[in-house]
Design a protein around this ligand. Structure first.
Ligand code: FES
Length: 924
């Protein structure tokens, strides 16, 4: 029997993940209802904030009454509070304080606020045009000033959505919406500068272009929302390579202005590419930075063959090895999709994995005039040639006003209804989800130019192809706030992030899930979020932030995790919150897309050590925000990232150490072929590792794909092992495992029947016939079938060893069917030994007692206790197990594997038919 540490061993009310949960419906004044799952040991406010629903909150302690809510239905423990916060009469009338109340059933609460309070939003601003400069025939620079400039904090690289004056957006049927057309433009000024500067690519027929060229006057009123986007300059000292295509120069200029303001000595190289000489703008400004910034160099190119520029061609042709610093470089790239993809390919071809690859793509409009001369389906010439052709065409394109088009960095998006005439070169539309449709705009698929655009202008859809836009996952607008990547999946190198209507932002880091880069990326984002929020949080927001910080404290004591899983959960909620407060869904999504929580969940699942300041950092960070101490907050965020890295490194090192068998007899299994069933975890995994370490060739059999990790681990160290995924509760499954062994290694010398394990823990009279059958199938039939499957080949060879893993639970309580199954194992052992001794086959067994093992990764299907009685049944079997051991402790995986390996080896050649108890003196 193996007892795992994922069950509580106390009879006290279950807490943490074991605590019963209830659904709490939060009904806001505007009719919106949000649901949260709340454990019985959690306050409603705590659960709400962790699930990113920010209900009104102030003291968080039952003192102020801010959170007061009417409970329509359900039972709860109201907690402790003072009369001033909630009077006895109010309590009698059904009011409660979510910061104190804990549910005892499902609840419906009326929250005295609108749902707007649960989510921040980007700000609306009104300003005045103060300058209009025609930088070239094709580019306009617009200066805007707003009265409340102090309220607009943005990061260098971000953008706003500007309403084009005197225009009206149309709906899908071509009817007026009453709303102005909006275009997106990146700031070209630095965050510290009073005047807002935008660069606009002038395209005949474009809404903004027509306004600026025909009607705009200094003094015109302009409205916009923002800031938006997660493309911004991260703070770091490593070198930077900036790449700007066309008016993609705007956000790059903003970054340079910020570096100039910081008097940065950072190594920076800019490559600026345009289509024609007339598109070259702001060269004097770039020259200025070349003089002022000591580490700054730059170059530019024009793709037009008739250009007078020194460099004719595309930006990637100007990327030199010295710009890439062998990968220790952050690349920031703003341009059309083909340019981004070309640079990505160019860098990859150079064998470089940059530490950071941040990009913003603006969507393309394929020109009617150019469609004859260029191919977008990749059917001719090289991909780069096609890509380059498109890049040329984009800037020359007469942009067609789109219903909800966007012009990131001056580039506008084609209206869906106008796309039909451009699709004849494109691949047929297959509605397989690979094409993302964003606000009626469709965008490029990862496989480059082979795309057709659907003119239906349909609703927002979530793209099913995460690589659909060069690795960016696209979420429907309504889902943006909560969109995440699958948090339990390993992080992949290309980090998906949220995109918005018609353009994509992303960041990539090499081998991020294996490296510290994950936490560096988080800290870089947090430092950006800090700039947007410090000194701007309301007292309620700070209260929420503090609540989430405090929620992490119970799960770390000193330098030990009390509960690593709960720490991971609460830590994620804390970090999420700051990004949520920026009002910028992109930042939150960019953080979530890093997959920090998923990675921490994986690495820390068995961790015991935590940097002692990790949880305290959260409290200190909140206090630094509350006091407006920027330097302290910045220092703490960076230090916290370091401490998180240390915690992860230590957990990974401990995990590696725990996988190594403590005892090894070198060469004992040299040349032997050994099948281990149930090899994905616990005793099976540990035994497989030891046998490989002793020279054996192992077939690791399990129903779970987790067995792959065991095989990878041992083969990475030079051992020999293969997996066999099979359902051993069937004879076919058992036969397939034996077949794998024979096909791979030619024979089977040893079969270790480890698979099994009790499912239910309760008095026998509580078992159903179905549950009895399941226990027998799991713990008896698996061994019976595997023995039947392997014996013919052993008989044929005239030798073999079968080691069955029985249990001391043949004498125990609250798992009688399992006890019976293991009794059957003992019978199989004795009888098969007798029957096949003449064939040179030994059959033996071990009978483990309680054994310490990491939390199970493959569930046995044991139901979570739903009542105190059920918990007591479970606890009783543990108490009986421990008390039956003379040594009064559990065994270890090493102790169990040692006995199995001894019996399986030639050292035990005179032992057969025996069952060896390995249970601290419990004879079973
Ligand atoms: S009583 Fe103050 S927040 Fe609940």
């Amino acid at each position: 029997m193996t007892l795992t540490t994922d069950q509580t061993t106390s009879a006290s009310p279950p807490t943490g993940a074991q605590a019963p949960t209830h659904q709490v419906a939060l009904t806001f004044e505007d009719g919106v209802t949000r649901f949260v799952t709340c454990r019985e040991d959690q306050t409603v406010a705590d659960a709400s904030y962790r699930q990113r629903i920010n209900i009104p909150l102030d003291c968080r302690d039952g003192a102020c009454g801010t959170c007061k809510a009417f409970c329509e239905s359900g039972a709860y423990d109201g907690g402790t509070y003072i009369d001033d916060a909630l009077s006895a009469a109010e309590s009698a009338d059904g009011y409660a304080l979510p910061c104190c109340m804990k549910p005892q059933s499902d609840l419906v609460l009326q929250i005295a606020a609108t749902s707007d309070t649960a989510k921040t939003a980007a700000g609306d601003f009104t300003g005045t045009i103060v300058s209009l400069e025609r930088l070239s025939e094709s580019t306009m620079r617009v200066g805007i000033e707003i009265g409340n400039r102090g309220d607009l904090a943005f990061l260098p690289g971000q953008y706003v959505n500007i309403a084009v004056p005197v225009t009206e957006a149309l709906d899908a049927d071509g009817n007026g919406t009453g709303q102005p057309l909006r275009r997106s433009y990146s700031f070209a000024n630095g965050p510290h500068e009073e005047r807002l500067i935008f660069m606009v690519k002038l395209t005949p027929g474009g809404a903004m272009s027509d306004y600026l060229t025909d009607r705009a006057q200094r003094g015109d009123e302009i409205t916009f929302t923002g800031p938006h986007g997660s493309f911004f300059l991260r703070e770091a000292t490593r070198p930077v390579l900036l790449l700007a295509g066309g008016t993609g120069l705007a956000p790059i200029l903003s970054m340079l202005r910020k570096m100039h303001d910081d008097n940065s000595a950072r190594k920076v190289h800019l490559i600026y590419g345009v289509s024609t000489d007339t598109d070259l703008v702001a060269l004097d400004e770039i020259e200025y930075f070349a003089r002022e910034l000591s580490g700054f160099t730059w170059d530019h190119c024009v793709s037009d063959p008739n250009s007078s520029a020194v460099n004719k061609g595309y930006v990637m042709t100007l990327i030199r090895p010295e710009h890439l610093y062998d990968g220790d470089v952050a690349i920031y790239l703003c341009g059309p999709p083909p340019m981004v993809e070309s640079v990505r390919a160019h860098v990859a071809d150079a064998g470089i994995e940059p530490v950071g690859f941040y990009y913003e793509k603006f969507a393309l409009a394929v020109p009617a005039a150019a469609k004859e001369s260029i191919s977008i389906d990749g059917s001719d010439d090289s991909a780069v040639q096609n890509i380059s052709s498109i890049a040329v065409a984009v800037d020359e394109d007469p942009v067609i006003p789109a219903r909800d088009a966007r012009g990131i960095a001056g580039q506008q998006v084609l209206a869906p209804r106008d796309i039909g005439s451009h699709v004849q070169h494109a691949a047929p539309l297959v509605d397989d989800g690979a094409i993302a449709r964003i606000a009626g705009q469709q965008v490029w698929t990862a496989h480059g130019a082979g795309v057709a655009l659907d003119p239906d202008g349909g609703d927002l859809l979530a793209a099913s192809d995460a690589r659909g836009i060069a690795g960016q996952t696209v979420f429907a607008e309504a889902e943006t706030a909560t969109a995440t990547v699958a948090e339990t999946e390993p992080v992949v190198e290309t980090v998906p992030t949220v995109t918005e209507q018609g353009y994509e932002i992303g960041e990539e880091h090499p081998g991020i899930h294996e490296s510290d880069a994950l936490f560096e990326a988080r800290a870089a984002l947090e430092l950006g979020a800090l700039e947007l929020t410090l000194g701007r949080m309301t007292s309620r927001q700070l209260a929420g932030y503090r609540l989430l910080a405090e929620a992490t404290l119970p799960y770390v004591k000193g330098d030990s995790f009390v509960d690593a899983a709960e720490y991971t959960e609460t830590n994620a909620a804390f970090h999420d919150y700051l990004f949520g407060l920026t009002g910028n869904d992109h930042l939150l999504a960019a953080y979530q897309a890093l997959g920090v929580k998923g990675r921490m969940g994986e690495v820390l699942r068995n961790a015991t050590w935590c940097h002692p300041l990790c949880a305290q950092d959260h409290i200190d960070i909140v206090e630094a925000f509350a006091s407006g101490n920027r330097d302290r907050a910045r220092g703490l965020i960076s230090a916290h990232a370091e401490r998180s890295k240390q915690t992860m490194r230590r957990a990974m090192a401990d995990e590696m150490a725990s996988r190594r068998p403590r005892f090894i007899t070198p060469g004992r299994f040299a040349g032997k072929v050994v099948i281990v069933t149930g090899a994905a975890q616990g005793i099976g995994a540990h035994t497989a590792r030891r046998i490989v370490a002793e020279g054996g060739r192992v077939v690791c059999a399990d129903r779970s794909e987790f067995v792959n990790e065991i095989v990878s681990d041992v083969t990475d160290l030079g051992g020999q092992a293969v997996k066999s995924i099979a359902d051993l509760e069937t004879y076919d499954g058992a036969a397939s495992v034996v077949a794998t062994a024979i096909e791979t290694y030619g024979r089977v010398d040893v079969l270790i029947n480890n698979v099994g394990g009790a499912i239910n823990f309760k008095p026998f009279v509580e078992f159903t016939d179905e549950q009895i059958r399941a226990e027998i199938d799991r713990s008896l039939m698996t061994t019976l079938y595997a023995c039947r499957a392997v014996l013919p080949s052993m008989v044929a060879h005239g030798s073999g060893v079968i080691v069955n893993v029985s249990s001391a639970a043949t004498r125990g309580i609250h798992r009688i069917p399992y006890s019976a199954a293991k009794g059957g194992i003992n019978a199989i052992t004795a009888s098969l030994a007798m029957e096949y001794a003449d064939n040179g086959i030994r059959v033996v067994a071990t009978a483990p007692g309680g054994t310490e093992a990491p939390p199970r990764r493959v569930s046995r299907g044991t139901p979570t206790p739903q009542s105190e009685t059920q918990q007591q049944w479970f606890d009783a079997h543990i108490e009986q197990t421990v008390s039956s051991s003379l040594l009064k402790r559990y065994g270890t995986l090493d102790e169990q594997a040692a006995a199995i390996c001894f019996l399986a080896s030639d050292e035990a050649s005179y032992i057969t038919g025996s069952v060896l108890p390995v249970a601290g003196g419990d004879q079973g």
